[in-house]
Design a binder for this molecule. Structure first.
Ligand code: HEC
Length: 98
């Protein structure tokens, strides 16, 4: 009887359809922000991705340069982001590039 049960179980397993590979969507390269219209994203990558994903940054609505400047200031003062003021221009150039 045990042998029969074991054979039945084996038959069931053998009849199961082959496992399909999972469809997994991986983030691009290393999850970095891309260059925009020739403007390097290096400064934004170095200063924003410590706390945010690239997708969070690129999903933002379009803001003016002044508004982005206020956002950077808020990141610094409210959230303690260690953004070097020397990088502000390069970050802003990328944020408003179009
Ligand atoms: C030290 C961590 C930290 C860094 C670095 C940082 N942020 Fe933030 N940021 C936060 C936190 C915390 C919030 C509020 C919670 C949230 O919305 O995720 C936030 C919110 C935001 C928001 C939502 C709108 C708002 O005003 O709250 C935007 C846009 C944003 N950050 C952009 C940036 C950009 C651009 C950079 C790089 C220049 C940056 N952040 C760097 C911590 C950080």
């Amino acid at each position: 009887m045990r042998v029969l049960l074991a054979m039945a179980a084996l038959a069931l397993v053998a009849a199961a359809p082959p496992a399909r590979p999972l469809a997994v969507t991986l983030p691009d390269a290393e999850g970095l922000l891309p260059e925009r219209y020739g403007v390097s994203a290096d400064a934004a990558n170095n200063n924003c991705l410590a706390c945010h994903s690239a997708a969070m940054i690129t999903a933002q609505p379009r803001l003016t340069r002044v508004q982005w400047g206020e956002t950077i200031a808020k990141m610094r003062t409210v959230y303690g982001a260690p953004i070097d003021p020397a990088d502000d221009k390069a970050i802003l150039d990328w944020l408003v590039a179009d």
